[in-house]
Design a protein around this ligand. Structure first.
Ligand code: NAG
Ligand code: NAG
Ligand code: NAG
Ligand code: NAG
Length: 365
């Protein structure tokens, strides 16, 4: 009889643990595609082409780009995408030359920037990390390509962001000569999305949903922002309700007041710093700047241009996930004063111009 109860008790525990683990895994999976409202989990549905298949035994040398271009219909769409990517780079160059945007676009290639760039020496690739734009997937691809793991599936989650151990070094860890050589000769890319949508994503991910269990955003950073930027302190309960998007917007748009706080917040600010500050695109000549809104096309393009398309494929992207959602933006900014939104835009307009995102007039006027 006693054994019966012990057995039942053990089953209960196993069940509890299973429930917890499943919940954890589904959170991770959501995080892979960064924040989104539906909370859908990307499904793979047994399609091995769609799955994150890495290192399937294809030899790098057998994948000559020229052979790929011969495939008729693919060839037309590819060259069409080549010209879209080229147009983006031309726009970037033009905006980099605009002197009135100079201090928003020209960023010295500091250690901070070199810390953002990851090195795949085996395939001569540099990848600049821009959080909230699907970077985890790219990091996994590069970790697998670097050879420390035989496939993307084998990379433990906690290792993806542990750059001491995952075989994906930061550019800053190399000598100045090694850095210069790689910046000159390697294939370089990063991904952007609509700057305001990214801020909303960072806000929801770090202060509302917090899927990676990072308590410092809500417990350390949020109270400091609230203390300085919340309009009304009358109601002490307000503080308990957590950071509001309005507080966040006021903090981000406050050029002077932000400096001291950002030093205090350390590396965590990478989630809302501008793309220009993270990757210095006017001072480093990137080969491709992918757009999250067209991720499927851009991922294919990047894999091809980097010469790794035979080795790895980007996972199937659930339809609609990466689409720009104006309603979501309007909803987040509703009730926030025009003055605060305009200050925010002033701070982020370099990113809007550099990467060809239209000015969000519907919020500013
Ligand atoms: C598998 O995924 C690939 C790439 O996403 C797609 O082209 C193909 O049609 C899919 N096949 C099936 C059977 O779903
Ligand atoms: C430079 O940027 C400013 C601010 O967006 C804009 O008003 C101006 O037209 C730009 N100048 C050129 C030459 O593009
Ligand atoms: C850009 O420079 C101008 C003048 O040098 C300064 O007033 C402004 O605050 C700077 N903007 C930023 C975002 O640093
Ligand atoms: C856009 O965002 C709104 C509000 O967050 C949401 O209700 C809607 O489903 C989203 N639309 C799409 C197409 O994802």
């Amino acid at each position: 009889m006693r054994h019966h109860w012990l057995f039942l008790g053990a089953c209960g525990w196993v069940l509890l643990i299973l429930v917890f683990v499943t919940k954890f895994i589904s959170h991770r999976a959501v995080d892979e595609y960064e924040e989104r409202d539906g909370g859908q989990i990307p499904t793979v549905s047994g399609n091995t082409t769609g799955k994150f298949q890495t290192l399937t035994g294809g030899k790098p040398d057998s994948q000559k780009p020229d052979q790929q271009r011969d495939q008729s219909s693919a060839a037309t769409t590819m060259s069409e995408w080549d010209s879209i990517v080229e147009t983006r780079l031309q726009l970037l160059l033009a905006v980099c030359k605009n002197s009135s945007l100079r201090n928003l676009t020209h960023i010295p290639i500091s250690k901070f920037v070199l810390d953002r760039i990851f090195v795949c020496d085996k395939h001569n690739i540099l990848f600049c990390q821009t959080p909230k734009v699907g970077n985890t997937q790219w990091k996994k691809v590069l970790i697998a390509l670097n050879g420390a793991f035989s496939g993307v599936e084998e990379i433990p989650e906690n290792l993806v962001h542990d750059h001491e151990k995952n075989g994906l070094p930061r550019l800053s860890s190399l000598t100045p000569q090694e850095i210069t050589h790689r910046l000159k000769t390697y294939f370089k890319f990063f991904i952007v999305r609509d700057p305001f949508e990214r801020l909303i994503s960072a806000f929801n991910d770090k202060f509302i949903k917090n899927p990676r269990f990072e308590p410092w955003y809500r417990h350390d950073i949020a109270p400091i922002i609230i203390r300085k930027y919340r309009r009304s302190h009358r109601d002490s309960d307000l503080r308990a309700s957590g950071l509001h998007f309005e507080d966040f917007v006021r903090y981000l748009g406050d050029v002077e007041g932000r400096r001291r706080l950002d030093r205090q917040f350390g590396e965590h600010v990478i989630h809302w710093m501008t793309y220009a500050e993270l990757c210095a695109p006017c001072d480093i000549h990137y080969d491709v700047i992918g757009h999250h809104e067209t991720l499927e096309r851009d991922a294919a393009h990047i894999l091809r241009r980097a010469g790794i398309e035979g080795l790895v494929s980007y996972p199937a992207i659930p339809p609609g996930i990466t689409r720009y959602n104006k309603t979501k933006i309007e909803r987040h900014f509703s009730g926030i004063s025009k003055r605060d939104i305009r200050r925010l835009y002033a701070r982020y307009q370099g990113d809007f111009h550099l990467f060809g995102y239209p000015t969000p007039d519907f919020l500013l006027n």
